[in-house]
Design a protein around this ligand. Structure first.
Ligand code: ACO
Length: 330
């Protein structure tokens, strides 16, 4: 592999958090006209985790960072930048990253949120890596966190089957050797009508007297999203590999956004990667939006070896999509 940077950003620690409360397929059978058999066949999902009322996205981000600190003997007070990828911030203002700083008692930290829907973690990872590569920041924490259950109508079978809550975090530090190698991140506006949460922003502000319930929840055209997700993720992966003179045989692990097991399988097939190299943890956590990729790596961290090449790929609302290449260093 060509060494093309003076300084790399390395992932030196990873953490995760999944709420304890489960929403199983049996629960969904009681809430809507669906069946365990249909959900498993069409999505591969058996249950999702739901954060309890009264807690917010920042609580899961904090829990993921704390789990990381405990597992890798890191100290939160050493963090000098926090990027939170989320589409479900605690509130419009201030950023969830600021609230996380308060909960971790951090000050003088460069902290903000980034919204690129399900591609958010890859966007934030690329930005965090750039901060480290410039030498300006040395301990950058990148989090993907979403309490998407707040925006999912639990009685709507077209969406309730897919989504769950969670958070994953990585710690980035500089290294002259290797680490995050390259990324290709793209977006357009063609997906606005196919995947959205319309209400609560400036176009359809929340109004207690005139609130359109339709705008409150996540809506999607599942078929359009499915097809576009497979094409966009596999094309981005192929282009990124080609740009780096690599082939799919060089990749030890493919970590695709955990949207639907059939989407993950289709991307793996299109890329021609061996099935056991395409990681998935969707069965027991569902689609956790910006958290799926760090949570999936976290779950398989004992299988991934130092030096392994990881190909990450995501697709989300916007549309937004892309791929990242990194060498694992833990
Ligand atoms: N339970 C039982 N039957 C259902 C359900 C359900 N939950 N949902 C739909 N059906 C029925 C339909 O009415 C239809 O019946 P019909 O044949 O009699 O008309 C039949 O099942 C097939 O419905 P489809 O909508 O064609 O099912 P499909 O195979 O497309 O699966 C799904 C739907 C699971 C939503 C799929 O399209 C999908 O996963 N799309 C991608 C969605 C996604 O990943 N979104 C997020 C990605 S980006 C991000 O993470 C923000």
């Amino acid at each position: 592999m060509l060494k093309n940077k003076q300084q790399y950003a390395q992932i030196t620690a990873i953490g995760g958090y999944l709420p304890t409360q489960k929403r199983t397929n049996a629960d969904l059978e009681r809430l809507s006209d669906t069946s365990d058999e249909w959900i498993i066949k069409r999505t591969g999902i058996k249950e999702r985790r739901i954060l309890e009322d009264g807690l917010a996205t920042s609580d899961m981000a904090v829990a993921a960072i704390q789990e990381l600190c405990t597992s890798y003997q890191k100290k939160a007070r050493d963090i000098d930048a926090i990027l939170i990828a989320t589409s479900s911030p605690d509130m419009p203002m201030p950023s969830t990253a600021n609230i996380v700083c308060e909960k971790l008692q951090l000050s003088n930290v460069w902290a903000f949120d980034l919204n690129a829907a399900c591609s958010g973690f890859l966007y934030a990872l690329d930005m965090g890596a750039a901060l480290v590569e410039t030498g300006r920041y040395k301990n950058v924490v990148v989090v993907g966190a979403d309490k998407i259950s707040s925006f999912v109508d639990r009685t709507d079978r077209s969406t309730n089957i897919l989504f769950g809550d969670g958070a994953g975090a990585v710690w980035l530090e500089p290294s002259p050797e290797t680490g995050i190698l390259d990324a290709l991140l793209l977006s357009d506006g063609k997906g606005v009508d196919y995947l959205n949460i319309k209400g609560g922003g400036t176009q359809y502000p929340y109004d207690a007297t005139d609130w359109n319930a339709e705008h409150r929840y996540l809506k999607q055209d599942g078929k359009v999203v499915f097809k576009k997700a497979v094409t966009a993720m596999s094309t981005a992966c192929k282009e990124l590999l080609q740009k780096n003179n690599l082939s799919i045989e060089d990749v030890h692990w493919l970590v695709a956004h955990q949207a639907n097991k059939r989407i993950i399988d289709a991307v793996g097939k299109e890329l021609g990667i061996e099935e056991q190299k395409a990681l998935n943890n969707i069965t027991y956590s569902g689609n956790t939006i910006a958290a799926t990729i760090p949570l999936c790596i976290w779950e398989f961290k004992h299988q991934i070896k130092k030096g392994d090449l990881l190909l990450l790929t995501a697709f989300g609302a916007g549309f937004s999509w892309g791929a990242s290449l990194l060498q694992w260093n833990i």
